[in-house]
Design a protein around this ligand. Structure first.
Ligand code: CUA
Length: 151
């Protein structure tokens, strides 16, 4: 009898784990709603705000970064902000699906052509933050990186 209880218990636990994992995969699949703004990927250069990519101060220790991703670079290439700043990124891709991952932060996003991706992040610690494309985007994918300098 004891053995049966143990078997039932462990089976139950496995089922619960599978349900949790399944739910998490489902929730991730749905993604954040910020994926849903749509623009014409052929006309990124002519579409605000992407007609003027760059960094803009919008408040005390608050910045807005408009960035395009394309094989195999980020525009603008270099970013510098004071420590303690919050940065609001507005991103899109001009060609294929790219990734936007910033080391030592929680930023890890997909940037898709035709979609606007918005992410906000506070950079408290000074340092050089490595920015990587983490979606395979072609022959130069592994070269696609830049840095955010926090001073
Ligand atoms: Cu862009 Cu990989």
């Amino acid at each position: 009898l004891d053995e049966k209880i143990w078997l039932t218990l462990s089976f139950g636990i496995i089922m619960i784990f599978m349900l949790i994992t399944g739910y998490q995969a489902f929730a991730l699949e749905m993604g954040p709603p910020s994926h849903n703004e749509i623009l014409d990927p052929q006309k990124v250069d002519e579409t605000a705000p992407f007609d003027e990519p760059g960094i803009k101060q919008i408040g005390e220790k608050e910045y807005e970064v408009v960035m395009t991703l394309q094989v195999f670079s980020f525009t603008p290439m270099e970013l510098e902000i004071p420590a303690g700043s919050t940065v609001h990124f507005t991103l899109t891709s001009k060609d294929v699906v790219h990734g936007f991952q910033v080391a030592n932060t929680n930023i890890n996003a997909m940037v898709m052509p035709g979609h606007i991706q918005k992410i906000s992040q506070k950079f408290s610690e000074p340092g050089e933050y490595l920015v990587l494309c983490n979606e395979y985007c072609g022959a130069g994918h592994q070269l696609m990186s830049t840095t955010i300098t926090v001073k």
